[in-house]
Design a protein around this ligand. Structure first.
Ligand code: B1M
Length: 201
């Protein structure tokens, strides 16, 4: 068995949570680096959308293999996180990693998927009362949807009932603050830390 996978398994079995986070971060960084190469080739006109899709599908297959390692813990859920990629945006690889890591950390995650409109997000918050709402965006053109969700939560009197965390490659802490989110996760590990801080675990 690959040495890093074996270390991860041992870490999970023995509950060494500090170590596991850095090991999983290494794997994630490896996956993201590969997708960055794909993105660069796309920007340089060396590959086109079909090739980018094949790489994305390949990455998803890889993630499916890693998933059991990331979501192995049992016990009472730490809290509920509602997740989704915003309207107009179909990118879900990063969101799916965040979902897996949150599940692995003991959260119950309701994943609305991609291209989720504001109304759907807000209606689901009203219905299931999650402690945390996580929004992902990969396109600069779809980032404003995050602000719309927050504004709509405010308009319906729901803003104080849920912590909002945002993430995705073009998003940063300054943007999160500007739109009135409660936090920004640079990667899945930070997203888990943030969700934990929101629910007090
Ligand atoms: Co698209 N795409 N894409 N794409 N794509 C980018 C994002 C792009 C940067 C490529 C480029 O030009 N270099 C560019 C955006 C430019 C911009 O907005 N300025 C781009 C474009 C232009 C497009 C299209 C418009 C192309 C076209 O059709 N002409 C189109 C748009 C479709 C749409 O969404 N409406 C499009 C389509 C696609 C595919 C469908 C082919 C495919 C997506 C498949 C899928 O997701 N199921 C795809 C892909 C694969 C990419 C790249 C190559 C890789 C994205 C990725 O999966 N990264 C991307 C280039 C790049 O980023 N290098 C690109 C790996 C992933 C693990 O990282 O998503 O950042 P990431 O997630 C991280 C963190 O950001 C964070 O944690 C994750 C794990 O560490 N995170 C969160 C993410 N969400 C979080 C939420 C949190 C917290 C942390 O809290 C809630």
């Amino acid at each position: 068995m690959n040495e890093s996978i074996q270390k991860i398994q041992e870490g999970i079995i023995e509950g060494r949570h500090r170590e596991i986070e850095s090991l999983v971060r290494e794997i994630q960084e490896g996956l993201i680096a590969a997708m960055n190469v794909v993105g660069q080739k796309f920007s340089d006109g060396e590959i086109f959308v079909p090739e980018m899709m094949v790489s994305a599908m390949t990455m998803k297959l890889g993630l499916n293999i890693v998933k059991p390692l990331l979501t192995g813990k049992a016990g009472a859920p730490k809290g509920t996180v509602l997740m989704g990629t915003v309207k107009g945006d179909l990118h879900d690889i990063g969101k799916n990693i965040v979902v897996m890591m949150l599940e692995g950390a003991g959260f119950q995650v309701i994943d609305l998927g991609v291209d989720i409109d504001v109304e759907k997000v807000v209606a689901t918050v009203a219905e299931i009362h999650p402690q945390v709402l996580g929004l992902s965006a990969l396109l600069t053109t779809t980032m404003p949807e995050m602000k719309r969700v927050i504004e709509e939560l405010r308009a319906r009197g729901l803003r104080d009932r849920v912590k909002v965390m945002v993430g995705g490659a073009p998003v940063d802490a300054a943007f999160a603050e500007k739109i009135g989110a409660d936090g920004y996760g640079r990667d899945a590990v930070q997203a888990v830390a943030l969700a934990r801080s929101f629910v007090g675990h």
